[in-house]
Design a protein around this ligand. Sequence first.
Ligand code: SF4
Length: 359
Amino acid sequence: MSKTKIEWAEHSWNALVGCSNVSPGCKHCYASKQAGRGLHAHWKGITEKIGTKSVWTGRINRAPDSIFYAPLKIKRGQTWFVNSMSDFFHENADPAWLLEMISIMRRCSQHVFLILTKRAEQAEEFFAQHPDAASEWPSNAWVGVSVEDRKRAYRLDILRRLPGRHFVSAEPLLASLGSLDLTGIEWLIGGGESGPGARPCHPEWIRELRDQCLAQEVRFFFKQWGLDTNNPLAEGCPANINIRKYIADVDPHGKGGALLDGRLWHESPDWFRESAADSHPAQPEPVQPVNSAISTIANAENHNMLDLTQEQAALTETLVKIANALRAATPSERQKLMVLQALTLDWLDAAQSTEREGA
Ligand code: SF4
């Protein structure tokens, strides 16, 4: 795997699970859908069904020790996205759990931890109440805020006052963020929303972010357009060609492509990249079953063009391939496959509910 392909991390460290929506970026929270599947005993009670939707209850659960202490058991340095099924600074998270997690991160200097929050105010409050956590903050733990629109840009000002090295996630980007002061920010990640009901992302909003990163010497990582129709290359799609197929041909990166003015922007901070390079020997190319599953999924993404029976058969076949691929996958491939597995399940759910509604 190429170093520049590092997006967030190799692993999620979901020591805590559970959340609640806090701002517009949460509208299509992927984690709540995932949690609603109830795959683990400790997910109990963190979501409830409202109609067909799985929504957070606001309860936060601690994972079993085998997960909670997982980073301590892995000697080879890894990059960990912390609490992808929660928000580290959620108001209902027990501070004792957070302090213990901070202690684990401090003891695991071989790893890099990425903590992303939409709750900048609660983060500041936490450090005010626990000043030792701020003064002894582990240097290998990055803190970032999500900023999806201009109204949420104030989180950047709070971030600057928090300990740790700082990054920003402008994903899903829902509006122009306008002029930003990126002082103290080392890395900015942008991207459009993907999946059912995704909201549009205008190319000018992304260019505006890139240009400000260039001007203020902040590393810029553009993950994806999210929707094919967001991609500026969509303008060149001939009328008789399906746009999804067209974008998959001309810009086969991420969801909806990721080329911005002719190139990929996959920058990451030197320190992060060097840590990652030191920690991670070159990964072997994905084994064939993984490639096969991924290409089948790419085909399945065109499932809207199939009739329902074909669509369900294709998605089911894809799930079988993913399950087989998971057995042979490396840890980083496994993470990617699990995301794809969840997406495929979403599509299958959608196909089946469409069928039910049509009956
Ligand atoms: S903060 Fe993150 S995990 Fe929590 S609801 Fe919002 S998007 Fe989901």
